[in-house]
Write a protein that binds this ligand. Structure first.
Ligand SMILES: *Cc1c(COP(=O)(O)O)cnc(C)c1O
Length: 393
């Protein structure tokens, strides 16, 4: 099959839910992706933040191969060596969250956290933030703010409200003694790469404690080193009651998890479950991924490389850039015009970047990206972002 045939087949049979790019990717290595002709692209998307360890990491590949030929599936009622290893490892990454529910994606982790909040508190209401993105199934979609994701799917789950992000007063007003939980991203990803202030996250913790609500932190995009710490919340010395993670947890294999604090009650057999959750294959991949993240100090690498990249980006003089912001290797470049033409131009120059809303270019490179690759990225961005692009589509 040649590249055009592959594209034609996907365009013919796609659900229609994805805007297909005219680019077939067949292989990855580190921060590089390769098309069908062997042409190299610099991956600044990591599959939306999945490939923190880069593509084709040998330790993850080996763990998957070994476990696939040992045992792929086992329901969580039966204990398993790889699952036990993962449970021990993942709960050791952050203080005070000693239990874990394993599932298969980000949205499932959010669903579980929402259900746990209601069953634990006996309350219904959930306060989320404007611009928040928490997933696309009905519960997580109800916590997601943007109309673009919600329109056409109502009625959503009742009891959800949204308040301005980084606004302590607004949060304080919205959380009542009928609130089951507050759910927040530590850096809003999809919503435009907006980092939280330390004071805001600390105030959210206090408000939740005062009103008896639980604090859910959604670290699906910010987790596992992305922002310069294992979890972004660790920048602020705050402990959530529930922490959702997924994306890079299992080195690219589908997996999600909710880390659970002491205050969560009523999690008894049968209260929730997942057929694939905690399967030994994903657990083995996750153990290998988390071990590699620690051994290679990816949080430290993300902190250093993120600072290096941001410093260089801030030096680009362009009348079209409004702001550069971010945390670690989660970087947003807000433009004064629509970014789709810039992202298309970057792709023509073999750099794969993401947007976050209409006007933000989002960079989420694998944390193993090299300094040479970062320099190349900055050179290309300096060339592209200083041009005025026609955004008439
Ligand atoms: C990607 C993402 C999700 C949803 O994860 P899926 O695996 O796509 O369901 C939820 N919350 C945040 C913050 C995300 O970045």
């Amino acid at each position: 099959m040649n590249a055009q045939e592959i594209i034609d087949i996907e365009c013919k049979h796609t659900s229609g839910a994805y805007a297909k790019q005219p680019l077939v990717i067949v292989r990855g290595q580190g921060a590089s992706l390769f098309d069908a002709d062997g042409v190299e692209y610099l991956d600044c998307s990591s599959g939306h933040g999945v490939a923190n360890l880069g593509h084709a990491h040998p330790k993850v590949a080996e763990a998957i191969y070994k476990q696939a030929s040992t045992l792929i599936t086992l329901f969580e009622t039966f204990p398993n060596d790889k699952r036990a290893e993962l449970m021990q490892k993942i709960t050791s990454l952050v203080d005070g969250l000693d239990r874990v529910f394993l599932c298969n994606s980000g949205t499932e982790a959010v669903e579980a956290a929402l259900k746990f909040s209601r069953i634990s508190t006996g309350r219904k209401n959930v306060v989320a933030a404007m611009r928040a993105f928490h997933g696309r199934t009905f519960g997580s979609l109800s916590a997601t703010f943007n109309k673009k994701y919600r329109d056409g799917f109502e009625p959503l789950v009742p009891g959800f409200s949204h308040v301005a992000y980084n606004n302590i007063e607004a949060l304080d007003k919205a959380v009542t003694d009928e609130s089951a939980a507050v759910i927040l991203e530590v850096v809003q990803g999809e919503g435009g790469v907006y980092p939280a202030n330390a004071e805001y996250i600390q105030a959210a913790r206090r408000t939740c404690d005062e009103r008896g609500a639980l604090l859910i932190v959604d670290e699906i995009q910010t987790g596992f080193g992305r922002t310069g710490k294992m979890f972004a919340i660790q920048h602020f010395g705050v402990m959530p009651d529930l922490l959702t993670c997924a994306k890079s947890l299992a080195g690219g294999l589908p997996m999600g998890a909710v880390l659970i604090g002491k205050k969560i009650k009523n999690l008894t057999p049968g209260v929730h479950g997942s057929t694939f959750g905690g399967n030994p294959l994903a657990c083995a991949a996750a153990v290998a991924a988390l071990t590699a993240i620690e051994e290679e100090d990816l949080p430290g690498q993300a902190a250093a490389k993120g600072k290096y990249l941001m410093d260089k980006l801030k030096q680009i003089q362009s009348p079209y850039i409004r702001e550069v912001r971010g945390m670690g290797l989660m970087v947003g470049i807000e433009m004064k015009q629509k970014v789709v033409p810039y992202i298309r131009e970057l792709q023509d120059l073999h750099i794969i970047a993401l947007n976050a809303g209409m006007t933000v270019i989002r960079l989420l490179p694998p944390l193993v990206i090299t300094y040479k690759q970062l320099d190349h990225l900055v050179d290309v961005l300096a060339e592209v972002l200083t041009q005025k692009m026609d955004d008439g589509e």
